[in-house]
Design a protein around this ligand. Structure first.
Ligand code: PA5
Length: 441
């Protein structure tokens, strides 16, 4: 079960600002925090509030439907996911962490439009055993739909009328070009609930469909996420308050996420999007200009002890680190001794997991000694239940953080302008007047 250790938050006392005595702060801000959580709960029934992610873990029938779909397609050897941002990052992170040996299919995520890797992938795949899953809530994201056009054409050239059996759409139940196309061509399809935004959609078909083909246990994943809903709220709220206070009143605008696990290496990328798109906002809920949002930074323990750590330890006092640690190491290894290497005998006969644990203990302590605050999230192990719980915990943390900042954490108006410039550059009808603006620049 997930637990959060807050004891090193007071560390910045030796830095230029005072540290965070969370218990005292918790008492001082307890009412605000309670109101923030209540406000989210109260809005949960309103479809416009985009809080559908809270109930996704309850949808075990949805998970069964996905599983039946996968089991009915034993011919799928390669699964290509076309999606970007929230339509890719969750499944990518969980597949990286949880794919067992000999999964039903190999997964490939096409979440960029650089031509060379796509051309190479097309050259390597066998269309007869490939399933292509286009995931886009809007159904019109340029990157995803350009890739869809390329893969659809490739399948049609190789398989003719059977191409449609190799295409799946995961999109809004009613709106958007991908939904219209899926309906007119009779493609298999799954819905993204209208009240679930991309970065909060990992426990819908957006995440579950690819993960089923990766051999991930969907039931356990959802069970873990339900555990966060049932038991994780206090810890999520407390961690949101800690990060908020450090951001707002202790000049800590940079928030690092550093799991001590290579299998969890892609979870920070998912977290970065979750915090960046949810919390980086120009206006608050009342329409006042605020320009808020911590800068999330991904890291990996122990690897980045030989990279970022120098900066974390001695650079500006502007960061707080969230570590994620495992209580158990599966498949632990003993470090053998070797004659002639006696300077290394402190390692002989020790478990490799013990070395990783020692590093995960040493780093926050060293940071604390230098006045750098951190918090540590403990999970049992890298498995479906623990990661389901962790991701749902982070979604709650983000929603509560957004509430404390007074902003809407569920929109992303800031990504629109670059999108419109792209449309203008690519000759999309209706964006002609932006073309002049671009040419002038
Ligand atoms: O979190 C979000 O809402 C975004 O990152 C979207 O997931 C991303 O822009 C892709 O959008 P779509 O699913 O409409 O293709």
């Amino acid at each position: 079960m997930l637990e959060v250790e807050f004891s090193l938050l007071s560390a910045s006392r030796v830095g230029p600002e005072s540290g965070l005595e969370l218990q005292a702060e918790f008492e001082a801000h307890g009412e605000t925090l309670k109101r923030a959580v209540e406000a989210i709960r109260e809005r949960a029934g309103d479809p416009k509030a985009m809080l559908g992610w809270i109930r996704l873990p309850e949808d075990t029938e949805g998970a069964r439907r996905v599983r039946r779909f996968q089991e009915a397609r034993p011919w799928v050897r390669d699964l290509v996911v076309l999606g970007i941002g929230g339509s890719a990052l969750g499944a990518k992170a969980l597949a990286h962490a949880l794919t067992p040996q000999n999964p039903p299919a190999r997964l490939y995520f096409v979440d960029n439009v650089e031509p060379a890797p796509i051309a190479r992938l097309l050259g390597e795949l066998d269309p007869a055993t490939t399933l292509v899953v286009a995931i886009s809530k809007s159904g019109k994201t340029a990157e995803t739909m350009a890739a869809f056009l390329i893969f659809r054409d490739w399948l049609e050239r190789h398989l003719g009328q059977h191409a449609t059996d190799h295409l799946v759409a995961v999109t809004d139940p009613q709106n958007g070009p991908l939904r219209t196309y899926a309906a007119s061509e009779g493609l298999a399809s799954f819905d993204i609930p209208p009240d679930v935004g991309g970065r909060f959609s990992v426990f819908s078909a957006v995440g579950l469909l690819p993960l089923a083909f990766a051999g991930v246990q969907l039931e356990d994943l959802l069970m873990g996420a339900r555990r966060a809903n049932a038991k994780g709220l206090e810890a999520a709220a407390k961690s949101a308050l800690a990060l908020y206070l450090l951001y707002r009143y202790r000049q800590k605008p940079i928030h690092v996420l550093m799991p001590y696990s290579t299998r969890m290496a892609l979870i920070p990328a998912w977290f970065v999007q979750l915090h960046a798109e949810s919390l980086g906002k120009a206006y608050d809920r009342r329409g006042s200009r605020v320009h808020v949002g911590p800068t999330p930074l991904p890291a990996l323990g122990a690897t980045d002890q030989h990279s970022l750590l120098q900066l974390l330890q001695e650079g500006p006092f502007d960061k707080v680190v969230t570590f994620v640690r495992l209580r158990h190491h599966d498949h632990d290894l003993e470090i053998p001794g070797a004659p002639g290497l006696s300077p290394l005998r402190f390692l002989f006969g020790k478990r490799l997991g013990a070395l990783l644990d020692a590093e995960a203990t040493a780093t926050p302590l060293a940071l604390a000694k230098a006045g750098r605050p951190s918090l540590t999230i403990w999970i049992d192990r890298v498995d479906e239940a623990s990661l389901g719980e962790l991701l749902q915990f982070f979604m709650w943390q983000t929603a509560i953080f957004g509430e404390l900042l007074g902003i809407n954490a569920f929109d992303q108006p800031g990504v629109e302008l670059a999108k419109r410039y792209t449309y203008a550059l690519m000759g999309h009808e209706g964006y002609e007047e932006l073309r002049g603006e671009i040419d002038e620049a």
